[in-house]
Design a protein around this ligand. Structure first.
Ligand code: EPU
Length: 419
């Protein structure tokens, strides 16, 4: 298994170029199941989760050609209606094949993804939405079987009890091919949803309201091929923004979407961290000190749960006390114990963490439990005195393209090893 060793204390200076968004690219690649025409997807990051989704598409019958600048998905063998445990287990986002396959084949069977480190993560909202479209659901031997009664699905108005990102993607994709007008109320408003809707509309879908809480989808008979460019990864950009602040460095973060990072930019300003935005570049320079700023995660445009761990690492170096509340996932504090090993003063109570800032963290051996927890540990290691060894790096490889190369290029002392 790979590990990372970081000699902390170097201020990061220079330019980092942001990759395409993992969480946009995954459903966008899956959306190619909605047509037999060739689809080109650009700005797809080179990540473990992308390899997994490509393997899933190939398993389901697509031909996938990954070039340096784009991924081309074309029709291969007739589509299969079943996604096995082996592939779904590796990546929960695989459940998003339910929507497109149900719409195209009127029957789909997918292994239930199960929970993961950050929480139980049920798919009840996805399934209730399919039921509203007239589908029947059966759970059998770890698989969920969704099929249209008499091969008929119908449009519906469905209010989501929580604005789930994955459920919005699944239901929006299914509805593109269901005759009539579907309305999704209390839909997720994340930029990744808007990117997916833009791609679907370019394929001939009729979706309005993406980016708001009400999505309206007029079903069409058929979707066609597309050439789509994935948006920049806001979470990767946010992670490098925090890295600049924590190391007292100076980073220009290029090729990103500052308009998707409003809540982090606000928090950084409140913390006294200089942040300037110009076009698609965010410039973060060294703060004199970091003031404590509370954060509470929420659906977009609130503070993203995917930046909660990184913000906690930053607050561990603030000059006061900050409270961080996790409102989206029930168990997303596994970085706390690891940050404590590096000297951080953090106490948790339920879904709240009280962070008392200290002058400096110290290097330690730490273990990654999930992707964003891993990002927080890298940030802490970069800012700490001494050596930090980060174990179980495979979690990070799911979501940060060429992490060591990008960090080394701006002055970090970071190397990968194998144990
Ligand atoms: N939820 C339910 N029932 C459902 C669906 C969701 O109770 O049917 C709950 C989940 O258990 C969770 C909350 O709702 O507590 C949020 O889940 P959501 O469905 O919104 O998230 P997701 O689609 O599973 C995506 C991202 C996550 C990101 C969340 C929230 C992808 C592939 N994943 O997950 O990204 O944290 O939205 O923004 O898009 C990451 O990149 O590290 C990551 C975990």
């Amino acid at each position: 298994m790979d590990f990372l060793t970081i000699e902390g204390g170097a201020a990061l200076r220079g330019t980092v170029r942001i990759s395409g968004s993992k969480n946009a690219a995954l459903p966008i690649l899956i959306a190619t199941l909605l047509t037999d025409d060739p689809c080109i997807v650009r700005n797809v990051p080179d990540l473990r989760d992308i390899e997994t989704v490509i393997a899933l598409l190939v398993f389901l019958g697509k031909k996938v050609d990954r070039q340096r600048d784009y991924v081309e998905v074309t029709a291969g063998t007739p589509l299969l209606a079943e996604a096995p445990y082996e592939l779904v287990r590796k990546m929960r986002a695989s459940v998003v094949v339910l929507g497109p396959l149900l719409a195209r084949l009127h029957h789909v069977k997918v292994s239930l993804p199960g929970g993961c480190a950050i929480g139980g993560r049920p798919i009840d909202i996805h399934l209730d939405g399919f039921k509203a479209f007239g589908a029947e659901i059966q759970l059998d031997q770890g698989y969920v079987d969704v099929h249209a009664r008499d091969h008929e699905l119908h449009a519906a108005t469905f209010r989501m009890p929580f604005a789930s990102v994955g459920a919005t993607e699944n239901l929006m994709m299914a509805a593109t091919l269901i005759p009539g007008k579907t309305m999704l109320l209390n839909a997720a408003m994340e930029p990744e949803i808007t990117d997916l809707a833009d791609m679907l509309n370019a394929m001939g879908a009729r979706i309005t309201g993406a980016g708001s809480a009400t999505l309206t989808i007029e079903g069409v008979a058929k979707l066609h091929g597309v050439d789509h460019q994935v948006i920049a990864d806001r979470i990767e950009a946010g992670t490098y923004m925090v890295a600049a602040a924590m190391t007292g460095g100076d980073l220009k973060i290029e090729n990103c979407r500052p308009d998707h990072l409003g809540s982090l930019i606000d928090k950084m300003h409140q913390a006294g961290i200089p942040v300037d935005v110009s076009g698609q570049t965010i410039h973060v320079s060294a703060p004199q000190s970091i003031s404590p700023v509370d954060a509470e995660t929420a659906v977009y445009p609130g503070f993203p749960t995917d930046l909660q761990a990184q913000w906690m690492a930053c607050m561990a170096l603030s000059n006061g006390q900050a409270t961080i509340k996790e409102q989206v996932f029930e168990n997303r504090f596994m970085h706390v114990a690891e940050l404590q090993r590096m000297g951080a003063r953090i106490q948790t109570k339920g879904n709240a963490a009280m962070v008392e800032g200290i002058k400096g963290l110290s290097g330690a051996d730490v273990m990654v439990s999930d992707l964003r927890a891993g990002a927080a540990l890298v940030l802490a290691g970069l800012a700490a005195r001494g050596t930090t060894t980060i174990h179980r790096v495979y979690h990070l490889d799911r979501g940060y393209e060429t992490l060591e190369q990008k960090l080394s290029a701006v002055g970090a002392h970071i190397i990968r090893g194998q144990e």
